[in-house]
Design a protein around this ligand. Structure first.
Ligand code: COA
Length: 334
C-alpha cells in the first residue's frame, strides 16, 4: 500500500517594502500634545514610515511581492493565487490583490483580498496552507499590506502616534513533512467590533460631509481594552498552535509577534516564558504597520541572520474584528 505523503506549505521567499518618508516622534511633538519620551515608554516606537503621494497599498504590496518572488526564485506567471491581507484597499472594489496581480504580471493567478486587519497575514498563511496541503495549488503569494496613516486622525494623540505604512509578502509552495507551516490557530470575536474600527467609508456609512466633520472616517480605538485583549490572546493563540503539533515554548527558536506595542510584545513573551533574545522586535522603526508588521519583521529577521534553516518560529497577530491568528513554522530554506 502506498504510504500517504503529507505535504506542508513552506515559505519559499519573503520580502518587504516601506515608503521612504520617515515620521519621527519629534515631528509628532509638533503636531499633537505628546513627547518622544511618552511615545517610546508607552509603545516602544521611535519612528514610522508614511505614504508619499504616489504610495498606496497596491504599490507597496506589489513592491514587496516582487522582492518575495525574487527571493523565492519564482516567476510571477507561476503563481496560482494571490491573497492580499489588508484593511486599507486602494478601492472598495476590485480587490487590491487584483491590482497587485496587474502590477506584477501574475496573470495565471486567482486573486482576492482577505479582511482580518492586523491578523491578515496570519490568516493568509493559514488559508494558503490549506490550498497547498490539499494539492490544488502549488505557488501562492500571501501579502500583508496596510496604509493606515491615510486613515489616522492627526489630531488624536492616542492613535496617531501608533501607526505606520508598509507591506510584506511571502511566496508559499509545497515542502516535505515536519517543515513549513506546521499549524495555525485563527480566531475572532465580533463582540469587540468597535474596540478598534473605521466606521465610515463603506456602504453602511458612506463618506459624507457630515461624517467627515465628526471624523468618523478616521480610526477610533479603545486603547486600554485593545491592550488587555492583545496581551491575553497572543500568548493563548501561540500556546494552542504549539500544542496542536506537540510542541511547547521550549521548542521555539524565534517568536515574531505583531509589532503593535513593545509592552504587549513583552507581556506575550512573558506569558510564553520566552527570553528576550528569542523575541524579534522592530516596532521602534516602523510602528504598527497592521497586516504588514509580521512579514516585515520576518524579512528583517531573515536578513539579519536571526532565522536559520530548521528553526521553529511562532508568529502571532491580533487586530480589529476582533481577530487573531498564530502560526507555527519550521523554516524550510537557507
Ligand atoms: N502623548 C501623551 N499623553 C497621551 C498620549 C500621547 N500620545 N496618548 C494618550 N495620552 C494620555 C491619555 O490622555 C491619558 O491621560 P489622562 O490620564 O490624563 O486621561 C494618559 O496618557 C494615559 O492614557 P492611557 O490610554 O491609559 O495610556 P496607556 O498606557 O494605556 O497607553 C496606548 C495607551 C494606546 C499606547 C495603549 O493603550 C495601547 O497600546 N493599546 C493597544 C493599542 C493597539 O495596539 N492598537 C492596535 C491594535 S492592532
Amino acid at each position: 500500500m502506498a504510504q500517504e505523503h503529507k505535504v506542508n506549505a513552506g515559505i519559499l521567499g519573503i520580502g518587504m517594502s516601506v515608503p521612504d518618508r520617515v515620521l519621527t516622534n519629534e515631528e509628532l511633538e509638533r503636531l499633537v500634545d505628546t513627547t518622544d519620551e511618552w511615545i517610546f515608554t508607552r509603545t516602544g516606537i521611535r519612528e514610522r514610515r508614511i505614504c508619499g503621494p504616489d504610495d498606496t497599498s497596491a504599490s507597496l504590496g506589489a513592491a514587496a511581492a516582487i522582492k518575495a518572488l525574487e527571493s523565492a526564485g519564482v516567476a510571477p506567471e507561476e503563481l496560482d493565487l494571490i491573497i492580499c491581507g489588508t484593511a486599507t484597499p486602494d478601492h472598495p472594489w476590485p480587490s487590491t490583490a487584483c491590482l497587485i496581480q496587474q502590477r506584477i504580471g501574475a496573470f495565471n493567478a486567482a486573486a482576492f483580498d482577505l479582511s482580518a486587519a492586523c491578523s491578515g497575514f496570519t490568516y493568509g498563511l493559514a488559508t494558503a496552507s490549506g490550498f497547498i496541503q490539499n494539492g490544488s495549488m502549488k505557488r501562492i503569494l500571501v501579502i500583508g499590506v496596510d496604509t493606515l496613516t491615510k486613515q489616522v486622525d492627526w489630531s488624536d494623540r492616542s492613535t496617531c502616534i501608533l501607526f505606520g505604512d508598509g507591506a510584506g509578502a511571502a511566496v508559499l509552495g509545497p515542502v516535505g513533512p515536519d517543515t513549513g507551516i506546521l499549524s495555525s490557530t485563527l480566531g475572532a470575536d465580533g463582540r469587540g467590533y468597535d474596540q478598534i474600527w473605521l466606521e465610515a467609508g463603506a456602504n453602511k456609512a458612506p463618506v459624507m460631509i457630515s461624517l467627515i466633520a465628526e471624523k468618523r472616517q478616521c480610526i477610533k480605538m479603545k486603547g486600554s481594552e485593545v491592550y488587555k485583549f492583545a496581551v491575553k490572546i497572543m500568548g493563548e493563540a501561540c500556546l494552542q498552535s504549539l500544542e496542536k503539533v506537540g510542541l511547547t515554548s521550549d521548542d521555539v527558536d524565534l517568536f515574531i509577534p505583531h509589532q503593535a506595542n513593545i509592552r504587549i510584545i513583552n507581556a506575550a513573551a512573558e506569558r510564553m516564558s520566552l527570553p528576550t533574545e528569542k523575541v524579534f522586535v522592530n516596532v521602534q522603526k516602523y510602528g504598527n504597520t497592521s497586516a504588514a508588521s509580521i512579514p516585515i519583521a520576518m524579512t528583517e529577521a531573515l536578513e539579519t541572520g536571526c532565522i536559520k534553516k530548521g528553526d521553529t518560529l511562532v508568529i502571532v497577530g491580533f487586530g480589529a474584528g476582533l481577530t487573531w491568528g498564530a502560526n507555527v513554522i519550521r523554516w524550510s530554506r537557507d
